[in-house]
Design a binder for this molecule. Structure first.
Ligand code: G3H
Ligand code: 13P
Ligand code: ZN
Length: 322
């Protein structure tokens, strides 16, 4: 069942985080739904602009509708990840999306507010909520590359001002993470002091709290990187990500949506590299595809345990029925 992102946020806020998983194809979709049912977790599917272009937006949207029928037990929201203004309007007008992200964080504060406000107006008129971004995450976001030196943490006072002026429903804040497989050099921890300050200032607004969104949350497991390289990959072995045991403490401080994409790509790469290394004469893509769906489902169930969303499905169903 597709529900609003807002409803899921209200239920989860301060208790656990919802996994927001990027998908691009049928195999990921099947693995995602199976993993979430196995772990009894609500979740957010997110489509990037690249995912909507990869085959055709109608194709991936139809795959999600089919999954909704195949897994009637599932409770999830559908979200546009890192949208520009035009793509946000396309998704809002389609009537299919529960929420959109307008990513104008590379503009000035004022420009970011102005763009976000326009999207909020259009989205709210249709009952769709809006995630905005303030502060620059390191790494690559579609066409925009931000190097480590230029990445900066979100200023908590600016965050509050931004929420008030833009009217956004959730805020992607830069709290120490970056996109991709190479997140940390040296110290490896989230900036809990920034999360805490944003949470306190949000609480002081005296209205329903604005959830914080954490992008760049993949953990880039060392053994996954080593297995990929043992099967012919050439990933930098210093690749490293967020400590999964920090997801839940962050969730308790209001980080209610945790975005994970890279780790799923690593699962895909490991499964396929190992399959073709061990079966060099094979050319049927279904055997590795089946293994991938199983492994992706396991990976999703594991992430949901770490996020605290595992085991919450029936409580969410009951809360939505009220
Ligand atoms: O933050 C970006 C996501 O990982 C989506 O990546 O734009 O390559 O689909 P993509
Ligand atoms: P990762 O690259 O850490 O998986 O982050 C994904 C993301 O933030 C999607 O918006
Ligand atoms: Zn992101």
């Amino acid at each position: 069942m597709i529900v609003t992102t807002d409803a899921l946020f209200k239920i989860a806020y301060g208790k656990y985080a919802l996994g927001a998983y990027n998908i691009n194809n049928v195999e990921q979709t099947m693995g995602l739904f199976r993993g979430c049912i196995e772990s009894q977790a609500p979740f957010i599917i997110q489509l990037s602009k690249g995912a909507r272009k990869y085959s055709d937006k109608r194709m991936i949207e139809a795959v999600i509708r089919a999954a909704e029928e195949i897994f009637p037990e599932a409770i999830f929201a559908v979200h546009l990840d890192h949208g520009d203004e035009e793509t946000c309007y396309d998704c809002i007008d389609s009537g299919f999306y529960s929420s959109v992200m307008i990513d104008a964080s590379h503009h000035s504060f004022e420009e970011n507010v102005a763009i976000t406000k326009r999207v909020v107006e259009r989205a709210h008129a249709k009952g769709i909520s809006v995630e905005a971004e303030l502060g620059m995450l390191g790494g690559v976001e579609e066409d925009i590359a931000v190097d480590e030196g230029n990445a900066c943490l979100t200023n908590p006072d600016e965050a509050i001002e931004f929420i008030k002026q833009s009217g956004c429903d959730s805020l992607a804040a830069a709290i120490g993470t970056s996109h991709g497989a190479y997140k940390f050099k040296g110290q490896q921890s989230l900036h809990f002091e920034v999360i805490e300050q944003i949470r306190e200032k949000i609480a002081a607004l005296g209205r329903p709290p604005t959830p914080i969104v954490m992008h760049g949350s993949s953990s880039v497991p060392k053994d996954e990187v080593l297995r990929i390289n043992a099967a012919g990959g050439t990933l930098d072995p210093t690749a490293c990500g967020v400590n999964e045991d920090e997801y839940l403490p962050a969730a308790k401080l209001g980080v209610t949506k945790i975005n994970i994409d890279t780790d799923g790509r690593l699962v895909w790469t490991r499964v396929h590299r190992e399959f073709f290394r061990d079966n060099p004469g094979q050319f049927d893509f279904r055997p590795p595809g089946k293994t991938f769906m199983d492994e992706y489902a396991k990976f999703i169930a594991h992430k949901n345990q770490k996020l605290g969303s595992a085991g919450q499905l029936e409580a969410v169903r009951a809360a939505l029925a009220k």
